[in-house]
Design a binder for this molecule. Structure first.
Ligand code: AMP
Ligand code: GLY
Length: 418
């Protein structure tokens, strides 16, 4: 009997997950909650929110789902993996306790310090006065991180004391989101990159390296976004850097989480920086990165159902995941105005000769037409003999997406050369 899989989530990352699972010959039917207009071509979309754990559980039971694969951290933070496992259902994703590696910056820092995972030095504060005094006595820029799922506060790199005070006031004195804590850490410099792996508790299976582009416009200018493009491989990361990070960051953190009684069973995402003093961790995520997943999972040659199943069960896949090794690059098409306010509902048409892979992020079907329905709308993904060729193909493809309310960066992958 073919397998039935439920994928939880709805953005471009989930489209890439669904796409990878759909290539498995064992899989008969895929459901995606809530899914999106692009995912609907491969899966049956189910109108349940990714944090509706009870609703998702009832659905998985009623459909006899063989395996559930979780996209976003919000579902893991809501305890979906704990609840599914307690009900005897197989799920790819970490327990709520293990997900703290992402959901609490301070927890992540404590683990790194205790187990010697390289990262910036830090100190945590609850008092505004103490935090200001600490920052004032140190060199700028100061890195201020709100502890907890950020509610839009996140990370502030303050260039001077006034900026730092403003941010600390927002993080520590404004209690609209509940009383916060702040982690203040050393400022690191160097190119950032994403190193994701599958973890079944003890064993770590690395994925190809990728790099995200956070700023809205070419030249890494403009406001921060959810990510405007990604590519792989990364020529500026040496095999030695990669081996170092695999051993000292990913494997060490997986071991640490086992030792702490919070084994990881899903994806560990290392947001890393290559500094003059070596590779260091900027942040961990407990899930696939977005938009990195859209350029990583297309390279998976192994059966995705086998891999996700083994990880969910805490066992070794029959063979380690195999990757094609191709160069790949994806460009996000975003609504004009994003990450600020933008209009929805603009029609999207694929022009003559369009031949790229497309992952939908924020699209909808309206009267049979594909329209924009989010800030980031879709990602076009192309391979090539190198990153430069993949970029040329992706840019040409992005230009063939006809819509009068979209923009995109043209310089994704600039660190791999022009
Ligand atoms: P995070 O949410 O922790 O990933 O931080 C968001 C962004 O802030 C990162 O992608 C970095 O660009 C920057 N950042 C975070 N921590 C540091 C640090 N210690 N030094 C320099 N930049 C940082
Ligand atoms: N690309 C960054 C993230 O997924 O958080």
């Amino acid at each position: 009997m073919g397998k039935k899989v439920l994928v939880v989530g709805g953005g471009g990352r989930c489209h890439a997950i669904v796409d990878a699972i759909s290539r498995s010959e064992q899989v008969e039917q895929i459901f995606c909650a809530p899914g999106n207009a692009g995912i609907a071509a491969l899966a049956t979309c189910v109108p349940l929110k990714d944090t509706d754990v009870d609703g998702l559980l009832a659905f998985a039971k009623s459909e006899n789902i063989d395996l559930t694969v979780v996209g976003p951290e919000s579902s893991l933070a809501a305890g979906i993996a704990d609840v599914f496992r307690a009900n005897g259902l197989r799920i790819f994703g970490h327990s709520q306790a293990a997900a703290r590696i992402e959901t609490s910056k301070e927890f992540a820092k404590e683990i790194m310090l205790k187990y010697g995972v390289p990262t910036a030095q830090y100190t945590a504060f609850e008092s505004y006065e103490a935090a200001v005094e600490f920052v004032a006595a140190r060199p700028f820029p100061a890195v201020l991180k709100y502890d907890g799922l950020a509610a839009g506060k996140g990370v502030v790199i303050a260039q001077d004391l006034d900026e730092a005070k403003e941010a600390l006031k927002d993080m520590l004195l404004d209690d609209r989101f509940g009383k916060g804590r702040v982690v203040i850490e050393d400022y690191l410099e160097g190119p950032e990159f994403s190193f994701m792996c599958f973890v079944n508790g003890h064993d770590v299976y690395p994925m190809p390296l990728a790099q995200d582009h956070k700023r809205a416009f070419d030249g890494d200018k403009g406001p921060n976004t959810g990510g405007m493009g990604a590519y792989s491989p990364l020529p500026f990361i040496t095999p030695e850097d990669e081996a170092f990070a695999l051993e000292n960051v990913l494997q060490r953190t997986a071991d640490a989480m086992v030792a702490e009684g919070k084994p990881l069973t899903g994806v560990l995402y290392g947001g890393l920086m290559k500094t003059a003093q070596g590779v260091k961790v900027i942040e961990f995520n407990c899930r696939f990165g977005d938009p990195e997943t859209e350029v990583v999972l297309p390279l998976l040659e192994s059966d995705a159902y086998d891999i996700f199943s083994a990880i969910a069960d805490g066992t070794k896949p029959a063979t380690a995941p195999k990757w094609s090794g191709e160069s790949i690059l994806g460009i996000v098409l975003a609504s004009k105005g994003y990450p600020g306010s933008y209009e929805k509902g603009a029609e999207i048409v694929f022009g003559e000769g369009f031949d790229a892979k497309v992952y939908h992020m924020g699209t909808a079907l309206k009267d049979g037409k594909l329209v924009t329905s989010g800030g980031r709308v879709m990602m076009v993904v192309c391979t090539g003999k190198d990153v430069i060729e993949a970029r040329a193909h992706a840019n040409a493809s992005a230009d063939k997406v006809l819509c009068d309310n979209l923009f995109h960066r043209k310089d994704i992958g600039w660190q791999a050369g022009k």
